[in-house]
Design a binder for this molecule. Structure first.
Ligand SMILES: [Zn+2]
Length: 182
């Protein structure tokens, strides 16, 4: 029978830590720096609200509006909408938000593709418009003959112009007829 000693009541000293030698690490080889042309461009953003028309080289066009929500739970959000009716000041259907960094659009879920489709027209519009706004003349769509037009107003009646022909000429079709004396 071992005798209980004061020393045996003490916690034995902790075992010395086992030192496991770490395998030698391969030196990290940094690639040699490559000269990159320095561009001092400020990161492009979707900086403007308003109406934008994309004119296709085939003659069609689509008009979009970016507008900031002023009231309600979405206050402060910038909504991208498509013109889908006869009145170019009211006939818009929203389908995306300008993202937090204003570098693209977040298409609303109900307008996104399902797992069995390749993407919706809405997603294509959002991608195309963002690309054209952010890249300007460098846009791949400009290279394909598309044009991005910002809306202006008719010089006769001040109505919003969203048709490419009207934006180009600065006058709406009705006023153009009047101006021509027809
Ligand atoms: Zn007019």
């Amino acid at each position: 029978m071992s005798q209980l000693t004061f020393a045996s009541l003490l916690t034995p000293p902790a075992a010395p830590p086992v030192v496991v030698p770490t395998p030698a690490m391969a030196p990290i080889v940094m690639p040699a720096p490559v000269a990159v042309p320095v561009t001092v461009a400020v990161p492009a953003t979707i900086s403007h609200n308003g109406e934008f028309t994309i004119a296709s080289p085939k003659g069609g066009h689509r008009t979009f509006r970016i507008k900031t929500v002023k009231h309600g739970s979405l206050k402060g959000k910038r909504i991208l909408a498509l013109l889908n009716g006869p009145d170019n000041t009211t006939s818009y259907v929203g389908f995306a938000f300008v993202n937090k960094t204003a570098t693209g659009f977040d298409v609303w879920n109900r307008y996104k593709k399902n797992p069995f489709s390749t993407g919706t027209d809405w997603e294509f519009y959002a991608t195309m418009l963002a690309e054209m706004i952010l890249k300007g003349d460098e846009s791949i769509f400009v290279a394909k003959g598309y044009r991005l037009l910002s809306s202006t107003r008719c010089r006769v009646c001040n109505r919003l112009l969203t048709h490419p022909n009207s934006i180009d000429s600065g006058i709406g079709p009705e006023c153009e007829l009047k101006e021509a004396g027809l």
